[in-house]
Design a protein around this ligand. Structure first.
Ligand code: GTP
Ligand code: MG
Length: 222
C-alpha cells in the first residue's frame, strides 16, 4: 500500500504507536496491516509507517500508522511523531511491570506534544502469556479510567483484539472529527445569522448522529 491520499478515500487519519521497547508495537502493526507476526522481530530504528484503509459507517478512511521506536536513543525527534496525529495506541507489556510503570512518562509526552483532542487507546499486549503476567487487567482498567482512555488487552501473537483496538481508535477519531466539523458549521451558522440579523440565535438543532456521539464515553474491553 502506498502513502498517497487515495481519491476514493473520504479521510486520511495520522496515528501513532508508542510505548517502551519490545512491548510489541511493530507486531501489532504488522498483524493489523498484513496479518503477520514475527517472533524474532528487531527493534524499530527511528520510525516506520504502514497504511490500511477501513470503512467506518459509510466513510472510507485511510489510516496512516507511525510505528515509533521505543528505545530511548531514537526519541530525539519525538515531537514530529505527534504532529498532526489524531490518535495513539499506547502499548505496555503485561509481562513486564516496568513498561506499565513507564506509562506515566508516555502520557506526559503525549500531553506535551499532541493536540488535546487526540484519541488515546491503552493496550496491554502479550495477553497470551498469562503465566508470565505481572500486570493485572484491573490495573490497566483503573489507569485507563483515571486518565480517560479506552483500554483493552491484546495479543499480536494470537491475533486477539488487534483489529478491535485499531478500529476502536479510528471510530473514535471519526466521532471526534465529525463533532468538530459540526461544531464549526454551527459556529459559522451562528456567525452569519448574527451578522445578518444582528441578534442572538435562540435554538440550534443538532442531528441524531451528533447526539449519539455526545453520549459515547470511553470503552473498556478485554
Ligand atoms: P521497539 O521497536 O524496540 O520499540 O519494540 P516493539 O514494541 O516494536 O516490539 P516488537 O513488535 O518488535 O516485539 C518485541 C518482541 O515481543 C518480539 O520478540 C515479538 O515476537 C514479541 N511479541 C510481540 N507481541 C507479542 C504478543 O502478543 N505475544 C507474545 N508472546 N510475544 C509478542
Ligand atoms: Mg518496533
Amino acid at each position: 500500500m502506498d502513502g498517497s491520499f487515495d481519491e476514493e478515500c473520504d479521510y486520511l487519519f495520522k496515528t501513532v504507536l508508542i510505548g517502551d521497547s519490545a512491548v510489541g508495537k511493530s507486531n501489532l502493526l504488522s498483524r493489523f496491516a498484513k496479518d503477520e507476526f514475527h517472533l524474532d522481530s528487531k527493534p524499530t530504528i527511528g520510525v516506520e509507517f504502514a497504511y490500511r484503509t477501513v470503512k467506518i459507517s459509510d466513510k472510507l478512511i485511510k489510516v496512516q500508522i507511525w510505528d515509533t521506536a521505543g528505545q530511548e536513543r531514537f526519541r530525539a525527534i519525538t515531537s514530529s511523531y505527534y504532529r498532526g496525529a489524531l490518535g495513539a495506541l499506547l502499548v505496555y507489556d503485561i509481562t513486564r511491570r516496568s513498561t506499565f510503570e513507564n506509562l506515566t512518562k508516555w502520557l506526559r509526552e503525549i500531553r506535551g506534544f499532541s493536540n488535546t483532542d487526540m484519541v488515546v487507546v491503552l493496550l496491554g499486549n502479550k495477553s497470551d502469556l498469562v503465566h508470565l503476567r505481572e500486570v493485572e487487567i484491573e490495573e490497566g482498567q483503573s489507569l485507563a479510567k483515571l486518565e480517560n482512555l479506552c483500554f483493552m488487552e491484546t495479543s499480536a501473537r494470537e491475533n486477539l483484539n488487534v483489529e478491535s483496538a485499531f478500529l476502536q481508535m479510528v471510530t473514535r477519531i471519526h466521532e471526534v472529527s465529525s463533532q468538530k466539523i459540526l461544531e464549526a458549521k454551527v459556529a459559522n451558522g451562528l456567525e452569519s445569522k448574527q451578522i445578518g440579523e444582528g441578534k442572538q440565535i435562540i435554538k440550534i438543532d443538532v442531528d441524531s448522529e451528533v447526539s449519539a456521539t455526545k453520549q459515547i464515553s470511553c470503552c473498556i474491553q478485554y
